[in-house]
Design a protein around this ligand. Structure first.
Ligand SMILES: NC(=O)c1ccc[n+]([C@@H]2O[C@H](COP(=O)([O-])OP(=O)(O)OC[C@H]3O[C@@H](n4cnc5c(N)ncnc54)[C@H](O)[C@@H]3O)[C@@H](O)[C@H]2O)c1
Length: 334
């Protein structure tokens, strides 16, 4: 029987793609979002993509009563927890807001789920839990050395969910450590639309390419990498969404906690991403080399072997597809 899956933060960038993929795979997705960094305008778009109305609970994940009634009313079997604040710079300026939202939200969620005996949970964690990895590719057993507030909230939430599962063997939890999600749904209906200034490379490139911004800042061209710019693991958001479906299928067969890197397993430099975006949009993109940012690393890319072996998941969309889909989203819908 088709199961209902609650997607917290389901109106956001990753969550909306997870919702679309859940519907495509025969689940009934339900969104819970407070629209702190998204808009209800995504819901009719999801309806067009999925050919079904996606129920939405407008509420805060820290509100236990709202959560509890959403779980009961919709007969939720599993939760994908994407709701969270994610701007690294902002998290340093507003640490308590980030701990309250991200860690407080996780505590409320796990309590409401336990009360309703909903024990299957997928969590949007992040490669930022590793901090500055000293070795690449980065495997799940690398030291967790997140130094910043945002990465620490992710690490803390991982611990909370893992401890819940350690104390109650009926929990089944997947901690998914995303590397650098980018790209958009191929329909052009949904994509990344930050309410403020984007923090990630691809959305900024899309804004420069469309004339909304004049130039892209490249933070350092003197890193110990082949072209001197930072290397990251860009993962298409559709590949990422598919990883959540694989994780849910895995949780239905197991109990306990699994931690999985979701990355492509290879890295691309900032200059490579700019070149790919130029191919996608068909014209040159103005760039300016700026000083390195504190806390950045030269290279970070995933070892996704565990997700390949245990979840049967691998990414298959390349950097050109990421940029082409991001550009379609920028030009048609956003
Ligand atoms: N996009 C990335 O680069 C990236 C990388 C690693 C991990 N993540 C994590 O993945 C998750 C989703 O990221 P995203 O890129 O889709 O971000 P996003 O901001 O687009 O989506 C997050 C959604 O959560 C909602 N939200 C935030 N706090 C909430 C609360 N207290 N109650 C209800 N809704 C709330 C926001 O309104 C938004 O719709 C986040 O937890 C983020 O930390 C993202």
């Amino acid at each position: 029987m088709a199961e209902t899956v609650l997607v917290t933060g389901g109106a956001g960038y990753v969550g909306s793609h997870v919702v679309a993929e859940l519907a495509r795979c025969g689940y009934f997705p339900v969104v819970l979002d407070n629209f702190a960094n998204s808009s209800p305008a995504v819901l009719p778009r999801l309806r067009r993509i999925t050919n079904q109305a996606v129920p939405c609970v407008a509420g805060d994940v820290r509100d236990r009563a709202t959560l509890s009634s959403a779980l009961a009313e919709h007969g939720v079997a599993a939760v994908v927890h994407c709701a969270g604040l994610k701007a690294v710079g902002e998290s340093e300026a507003q640490p308590l807001r980030y701990y309250d939202n991200n860690v407080g939200g996780a505590l409320a969620l796990v309590a409401a789920m336990a009360r309703r005996a909903v024990k299957r949970l997928v969590f949007s964690s992040s490669a930022s839990v590793y901090g500055q990895p000293d070795r690449n590719p980065v495997a799940e057993d690398a030291p967790l050395e997140a130094a910043g507030v945002y990465g620490r909230t992710k690490r803390d939430v991982e611990h909370i969910f893992a401890q819940a599962a350690a104390a109650d063997s009926t929990w089944s939890v997947a901690l998914l450590r995303y590397f650098n999600p980018a790209g958009a749904h191929p329909s052009g209906e949904i994509g990344e639309s930050p309410t403020g200034r984007p923090n990630n490379l691809v959305p900024v490139l899309a804004q420069v390419a469309s004339g909304r911004r004049r130039t892209i800042d490249v933070y350092g061209d003197d890193w110990p990498t082949p072209d001197g710019t930072g290397v990251r693991d860009y993962i298409h958001v559709m590949d990422l969404a598919e990883g959540h479906i694989c994780a849910l299928a895995h949780l239905a067969r197991t109990t306990g906690v699994g931690t999985f890197n979701l990355g492509s397993g290879s890295g691309h430099s900032v200059f490579e991403v700019i070149a790919a975006f130029e191919r996608a949009c068909g014209h040159a993109i103005e760039r300016r080399v700026a000083p390195r940012r504190a806390g950045d690393v030269a290279i970070c890319f995933a070892d996704p072997a565990r997700a390949n072996a245990v979840l049967g998941w691998r990414s298959h969309r390349d950097l050109d597809t990421i940029c082409a889909d991001a550009w379609r989203w920028q030009t048609t819908a956003s």
